[in-house]
Design a protein around this ligand. Structure first.
Ligand SMILES: NC(=O)c1ccc[n+]([C@@H]2O[C@H](COP(=O)([O-])OP(=O)(O)OC[C@H]3O[C@@H](n4cnc5c(N)ncnc54)[C@H](OP(=O)(O)O)[C@@H]3O)[C@@H](O)[C@H]2O)c1
Length: 247
């Protein structure tokens, strides 16, 4: 059973979690609307033994599916693609139909951010020729790496080295992909927060402790304190699903 705690407390079926969710269109003067989606342990860790999969339960998976039903593009750092074994975001027939009915492309684009270009061509993420991911990269990337994936990805060289948030969102907006779901990891999240382009946060807090040196959901050298407004809270099997919006 899913409990909605805020707003309007109610007991619901899990399938009702974020049913019909839409992601906001960018506000006037902003190129994109960026929602970040992350799962963390109660002590703030983003992974167990290097993977986030051990943290979230059924509700976290449902939330991610609902978010991917509503976005134009999933944005992800190369570290997460390498660590988590990303696959193309084809989704179920039901999700593709649902997206099409909302006027969205049946499958969201996937955009991978990398400064090194070090993405092996045999990664699963490149396995669907019909859905080549976007690779947003820089002149610092090794040209041999980029040559190895050029027939499997749509490569955009848009910076000298590390991409800042402004160049990421501008590039996505120019590609007509304004509703962005940022799926991490922590270092990419830091760039989006520090650049003022983290508009919303969907955070699943799992009832577990991890300890150790594992990263928090946003990790970088500089603090970038930002106030959030709590929009909704759900509970399912001890998982808390929190939706925040930047004030
Ligand atoms: N709990 C969760 O919801 C969740 C979600 C995602 C990831 N994770 C976990 O987070 C860990 C990975 O963390 P991470 O911080 O290394 O992830 P990350 O941000 O995905 O990866 C960092 C790498 O991504 C590229 N990158 C990120 N931002 C960039 C930018 N602005 N410009 C250029 N390149 C950029 C760089 O790749 P290059 O080295 O190729 O230049 C960088 O080394 C894994 O353990 C994963 O399981 C957890």
């Amino acid at each position: 059973m899913l409990r909605r705690i805020l707003p309007d407390p109610a007991e619901l079926a899990l399938d009702e979690l974020y049913a019909g969710l839409t992601l906001d269109h960018p506000r006037a003067g902003r190129p994109t609307h960026v929602a970040v989606s992350m799962v963390s342990s109660a002590d703030g860790a983003v992974a167990v033994e290097g993977l986030s999969g051990g943290l979230g339960g059924a509700a976290d998976l449902r939330a991610l599916s609902r978010l991917r039903a509503a976005n134009d593009v999933s944005l992800v750092g190369a570290g997460t693609v390498r660590d988590e074994g990303y696959v193309p975001l084809t989704g179920s027939a039901e999700r593709r139909a649902d997206r099409a009915a909302r006027g969205l492309r049946p499958v969201p684009r996937l955009a991978i951010v990398t400064a090194s270009g070090a993405l092996e061509p045999d990664l699963a993420v490149f396995s669907d020729p019909a859905e080549p991911p976007l690779v947003l990269t820089a002149r610092s990337a090794d040209t041999r790496h980029l040559a190895a994936i050029e027939d499997r990805a749509e490569i955009h060289v848009v910076a000298e080295a590390e991409l800042d948030a402004e160049v990421i969102v501008t590039t996505l907006a120019e590609l007509s992909l304004p509703r962005v779901l940022c799926e991490g990891g922590p270092r990419l999240n830091q760039v989006m927060l520090a650049g003022g382009h983290l508009d919303e946060l969907f955070l699943t807090l799992a009832p577990t402790l991890v300890g150790g040196p594992v990263a928090r959901i946003i990790a970088g050298a500089q603090e970038a304190a930002t106030d959030l407004e709590l929009v909704s809270v759900f509970e399912h099997e001890g998982d808390l699903l929190l939706r925040y919006r930047r004030r």
